[in-house]
Write a protein that binds this ligand. Sequence first.
Ligand SMILES: CC(C)(COP(=O)(O)OP(=O)(O)OC[C@H]1O[C@@H](n2cnc3c(N)ncnc32)[C@H](O)[C@@H]1OP(=O)(O)O)[C@@H](O)C(=O)NCCC(=O)NCCS
Length: 335
Amino acid sequence: MPDSPSNPLRDPRQFPTETLRLLTDLGAELAATGADWAGFVTEQRRSQLRTGAFRGAIWPGPGGDAQALAGWQDSGAVGRRGWIYLAPGRQSLSALEQLLHWLERDGGTPFVSWSDMIPGVPAEDRERLFRSRGFTDVLRAEMRLPAAVTIPERPVEPGFALRPLSGSDEAAVARLLQRVYHGELELALFSSTRDELEDARLIVHDVIHGGVGRWLPTASFGVEHAGELVACTLANDHVGGLISEVGVDPSCRRKGLARALLARTSRELRVAGFVEPRLVVTLWNERAVRLYRMVGFEFTVGGTERIWMDLPALGVAASVPRHSPRDEGLYAGNR
Ligand SMILES: CC(C)(COP(=O)(O)OP(=O)(O)OC[C@H]1O[C@@H](n2cnc3c(N)ncnc32)[C@H](O)[C@@H]1OP(=O)(O)O)[C@@H](O)C(=O)NCCC(=O)NCCS
């Protein structure tokens, strides 16, 4: 790859018109692949641009037309989680390599993950490129409960009480999620502070206060045992009804609590008008995949997202469960 004496990347806030154009083009290309969340994400990025909160880099072209745009969330403590868009006409492996080269040397915190959704660059090329940089792919799949399927509601064991959640449960839900994900890969993947309780607090805050669309307390439930919250589901209106969290305290698993919570949450989502509740699961999370399949969720077509992650930088041991070739098939729709 040719090296460059000076890095041409600039702050997108200096090029608002070009940035907006590339954001719009990217949104359209993602929507064309069947990503129904593309509109939400594009609007979120536009709004960040308007308020000055957008973080990223633009590659201005010689004739004024921008060639590429990258954006990221920077947690400081962990690193940057980025995405890339190459403008039509610049969608090639060499342009991607060049852009990554400059981004990695821009003096910011290191990149710990990249979205694999880079329109125009073949999947095999993206794979070779990110693997050669030490990144591992993590597949996140969307599942949907078909309208015709109802999860039977069964009472929870004596001593356990299922109840709706309210805003005043926020701190208790965060403490529960810390116990739920303690030592689990999931939290490391999405960590922004490297402190489990603080990460759980930030995740719950985001879900409850608009970061994942409107929170739906009427479809969010908890289970109490001996005065403590031991399991919960959270639900949001995020491009439709989304079950944004399912977690059971390690000491209370295999008692049917997750199944009972999913039954109530999906029923209330339907009462609120969301006929086909959705959720997103990391494919190596076999327990969760088995649970969702067992109660009737199905993988959606084209709903699998691949994220390239620098696992050692995220504090995840090098040996991680791999998704199976069957799971690879789920991703085929996105190629
Ligand atoms: C996944 C999780 C929510 C399941 O909660 P749970 O209350 O133990 O699940 P249930 O008792 O309702 O189990 C229902 C079914 O799911 C499947 N299942 C649940 N845990 C399983 C496990 N450890 N291994 C295999 N299958 C499992 C089984 O089919 C089970 O039915 P069965 O007990 O009759 O065999 C729980 O393990 C958890 O909190 N994990 C960490 C957080 C997480 O991964 N959340 C999902 C994020 S998408």
